[in-house]
Design a protein around this ligand. Structure first.
Ligand code: FO1
Length: 318
């Protein structure tokens, strides 16, 4: 079964890890948000790509929630001595990823070719595909004006209220050929439990992306989203406060409402059972289960349950 997962931050990366564990090698493609990408110390850093890369290669630091486990910080400390800004922390081994990727980009590789080479080097059986090859940096408007995403997220610790979100340069972006091919071959598309506004939102905002999803759905490929809001609260990050400050409901139903035009099924946590009828009233089929992926076994369990749920759509369509 060919599966395409859409992923932003940690939640999407965890579900992708579970999917990789239960699918045959080569059957999973992950389309990642590149709106969080930034340049630090002259290097291209791709937080969402790298969260998935490190998760799928068993390197992710689950305790810290980003970067590589067992990191050392020699280069960062040396940069601090040189007076360079160090609020965005890059570990020594993480630096190697950004150096290798940036070198390939400077040699003329596309973003996709540069990251696929790194994935091959790390030996993962999954293709992690940037949603687009051009730069589409996410910016958020706060009461102090527009901020680059990492300035808001890391430097200002997500403290300012977000009034507006934009993806700079998005009007000129296109899904890559690799993304289009993965969606054309997919049997199931799964939107991971990532922030619907700044993680999945940019992926769906790439011009032509929702058409590719619609084409897949037209050949009976179910598109299923998993809520990253449980009991009204984001499992990680500022999604709950962002939904509220932008006038949406911070709940699993609020997440489902973001995707109604694009999805067929929605997975919500057992904690939110009472919301299930109102999600179903949006025209969606639902699965209510434990969506908290506490450990590796939990990731694989949720992946299996979501794939079984997806199987019920194909039966219904036949
Ligand atoms: N998150 C932090 O909270 N502090 C950091 O210093 C930090 C550094 C960092 C370096 C590389 C990388 O790939 C991710 C990093 N993150 C850091 C995580 C991060 O930027 C966010 O979690 C995502 O952009 C939101 O999805």
């Amino acid at each position: 079964m060919k599966v395409v997962a859409l992923a932003g931050g940690t939640g999407g990366a965890k579900l992708a890890h579970g999917l990789q564990a239960v699918l045959s090698p080569g059957d999973l493609h992950v389309i990642v948000n590149t709106g969080d990408d930034t340049e630090r110390h002259g290097l291209v850093v791709m937080p969402d790509h790298d969260a998935v890369l490190y998760m799928l290669s068993g390197r992710f630091d689950d305790d810290r929630g980003w970067g590589i486990s067992g990191e050392t910080w020699t280069v960062m400390d040396a940069l601090a001595e040189l007076g360079e800004p160090t609020w965005f922390r890059l570990g020594d081994r993480d630096f190697a990823t950004h150096i290798a990727r940036t070198a390939r980009l400077r040699e003329g590789s596309t973003l996709t070719a540069a990251v696929l080479a790194i994935q091959d080097a790390l030996g993962i059986p999954t293709r992690i595909l940037p949603m687009t090859d051009t730069s589409v940096p996410t910016q958020v408007r706060t009461d102090a004006g527009w901020l680059d995403f990492q300035e808001y997220f890391v430097h200002q610790a997500q403290a300012p209220e977000v009034r507006e979100i934009r993806f700079s340069g998005m009007e000129a972006a296109l899904p890559t050929d690799e993304v289009a091919a993965a969606l054309a071959a997919a049997d199931v598309v799964i939107i991971g439990p990532s922030n619907p506004l700044v993680s999945v939102g940019p992926i769906l905002a790439v011009p032509g992306m929702t058409d590719l999803l619609a084409t897949a759905r037209a050949r009976d490929v179910p598109v299923i989203a998993v809520s990253g809001i449980v009991g009204g609260v984001a499992l990680k990050g500022p999604a709950d406060r962002m939904l509220t400050s932008l006038g949406y409901e911070s709940s699993a139903r609020g997440v489902a409402a973001q995707y109604t035009e694009q999805i067929d099924g929605f997975v919500l946590d057992s904690v939110d059972t009472e919301l299930e009828p109102s999600v179903a009233a949006l025209g969606l089929r639902t699965l209510v289960t434990d969506t908290i992926m506490a450990d590796h076994a939990g990731r694989a369990r949720l992946a299996r349950e979501v794939l079984a749920f997806a199987g019920t759509f194909r039966g219904a369509a036949a």
